[in-house]
Design a protein around this ligand. Structure first.
Ligand SMILES: Nc1ncnc2c1ncn2[C@@H]1O[C@H](COP(=O)(O)OP(=O)(O)O)[C@@H](O)[C@H]1O
Ligand SMILES: [Mg+2]
Length: 366
C-alpha cells in the first residue's frame, strides 16, 4: 500500500483545515518560515509511526484553542489503484483514537504496516553522530517490514526487559530477576538473527547508493553489526547469569538486544570520522534510499519519502541527483522548501506544487 492519495488535516499545529490530493511522484510544499511546512511532514510521520520528530507532548500538536486534531489519509497500492485504505488519527491531549477503514484499531502497528514512510530532515545526520538509539531504530524499521516475526519478538523482549529492570531497580530477590532471563535470551537471539540478515541484505544496496551520491569516496562501505553483547559470547544465558551482580549494582540489564548498534565504515575509518559534514548528509540519504530499494524488492511496494527542508540538506547538484534517484525508484516524495526555484521539477506529469501560508495549503495551478 503505498502512495498517499489524499491527506486531510484538521486543527493540527497552525493548520485549521487542509485537504490535498497528492501526486504519485513529487509533492513540493513551498512556504516562508513558520508557514507550516514541517508541520505537514510531521502530521504524516505521526500518522504512520505514532510519534512526532519534534515533540513528545500531544498538546503541542493540537491547534491552540482547540481540543482535538485530526489526521486522515487515503492510501492506495501503487500496483492497484482499487486497493485503498483509509487511515485516521484523532488526538486530544489525553487520548489518541486510530482508525483503519472507519473501524477503531488498537495499536499503531495497524497503520504503520499500511504506510511505510521514511524521513529526512536537517537533523538526520545525527543518525551517525549520536548514540545507538537512532541506528537501532533505522535497522528495526527494516526488520519490521521484512520479517513478520520481528514485532512479536521485539514486544516479548521489551516486556521481559522491563520486568527484569524493574526487579533490578527495586533490588527484588535474585530469582525474580532471573525469572525473565530465559525469555529475554530467547527473544534476543531471534531479534539478533533478523537484524543480522537485514543488514547483510542492505549492504549491497547501500554500496550502490553511496557510489551514486558520493563517487569521490573510493572505499566501499561496510555495515558492522553489534549485537548488544560481546562478540565472543557463545552462551548468552550464561553471560546473563554471570553478569547478575553487575546488573544489580547498576540497576539495569547491561547486555541484550536493546544495546545493539551498527558501525558504518569506509576502509578502516568510521563514517563519522572520515566523511565531511556534507558527505555525512549524503550518506544518510544513501541509507534511506538503500532501505527504500530493499523494501521494494522484498515487500513489492515502494515507501513514501518525507524530506523536510531539502535545500538546507543538500547543495544544488546533490539535490538534483537525489530527485533523479527518487523518480527512477518511483517513490512518492513530499518535499518542503522555502523557495520553488530550489527544487527542479523533473517530471511535471507526476508532480504537484503546493503553497503553504499560515497553515493553509493550496495547490499551485501551472
Ligand atoms: N499547536 C499549535 N497551534 C497553533 N500554531 C502552532 C502550534 N504549534 C506550532 N504552531 C505554529 O505553527 C507555525 C508553523 O511551524 P512550522 O511547521 O515549523 O513551519 P515551517 O516549517 O514552515 O517553518 C509556527 O509559526 C508555529 O508557531
Ligand atoms: Mg520547517
Amino acid at each position: 500500500m503505498t502512495q498517499i492519495a489524499q491527506l486531510h488535516l484538521q486543527h493540527f499545529r497552525n493548520c485549521t483545515q487542509a485537504q490535498c490530493k497528492l501526486s504519485t511522484g513529487l509533492n513540493l510544499f513551498v512556504g516562508d518560515n513558520a508557514a507550516g511546512k514541517t508541520s505537514f511532514i510531521e502530521a504524516i510521520w505521526l500518522l504512520a509511526t505514532g510519534r512526532s520528530f519534534r515533540t513528545s507532548k500531544s498538546h503541542h500538536l493540537i491547534q491552540h484553542e482547540h481540543t482535538q486534531s485530526v489526521i486522515f489519509s487515503q492510501v492506495t497500492s501503487s500496483h492497484n489503484a482499487d486497493k485503498t485504505h483509509k487511515l485516521g488519527m484523532q488526538k486530544n491531549t489525553t487520548n489518541t483514537v486510530l482508525k483503519v477503514d472507519g473501524e477503531p484499531v488498537k495499536g499503531q502497528i495497524h497503520l504503520a504496516s499500511l504506510i511505510p514512510v521514511q524521513l529526512l530532515t536537517p537533523e538526520s545526520h545525527r543518525l551517525l553522530e549520536e548514540g545507538p538509539k537512532a541506528r537501532r531504530q533505522f535497522m528495526d524499521w527494516g526488520c519490521f517490514y521484512q520479517s513478520s516475526d520481528f514485532i512479536q519478538q521485539w514486544r516479548l523482549y521489551q516486556r521481559a526487559l522491563k520486568q527484569r529492570n524493574h526487579a533490578l531497580k527495586r533490588h527484588l530477590p535474585k530469582a525474580q530477576v532471573q525469572l525473565w532471563d530465559h525469555q529475554l535470551v530467547e527473544t534476543a537471539l531471534k531479534i539478533d538473527v533478523i537484524r543480522q540478515d537485514y543488514l547483510e541484505a542492505l549492504e549491497p544496496y547501500l554500496m550502490t547508493f553511496c557510489q551514486a551520491l558520493m563517487p569521490e569516496v573510493e572505499e566501499a562501505v561496510v555495515c558492522q553489526y553489534r549485537a548488544g553483547w560481546p562478540k565472543n559470547t557463545d552462551d548468552l544465558l550464561s553471560l546473563m547469569t554471570q553478569n547478575y551482580l553487575k546488573d544489580s549494582q547498576v540497576g539495569h540489564t547491561q547486555y541484550g538486544a536493546h544495546r545493539a548498534d551498527i558501525r558504518f565504515k569506509f576502509g578502516n575509518q568510521e563514517a563519522m570520522n572520515t566523511l565531511s559534514r556534507g558527505q555525512q548528509k549524503l550518506f544518510v540519504c544513501a541509507l534511506l534510499l538503500a532501505q527504500a530499494s530493499l523494501h521494494e524488492k522484498v515487500v513489492h511496494e515502494p515507501v513514501i519519502m518525507l524530506i523536510d527542508d531539502l535545500p538546507a540538506e543538500l547543495d544544488e547538484n546533490h539535490r538534483l541527483k537525489l530527485l533523479e534517484l527518487l523518480q527512477v525508484l518511483n517513490i512518492q516524495h513530499l518535499i518542503t522548501s522555502t523557495s520553488e526555484s530550489l527544487i527542479p521539477i523533473l517530471n511535471p506529469e507526476n508532480s504537484k506544487i503546493w503553497h503553504i501560508t499560515n497553515g493553509e495549503v493550496t495547490e499551485k495551478r501551472a
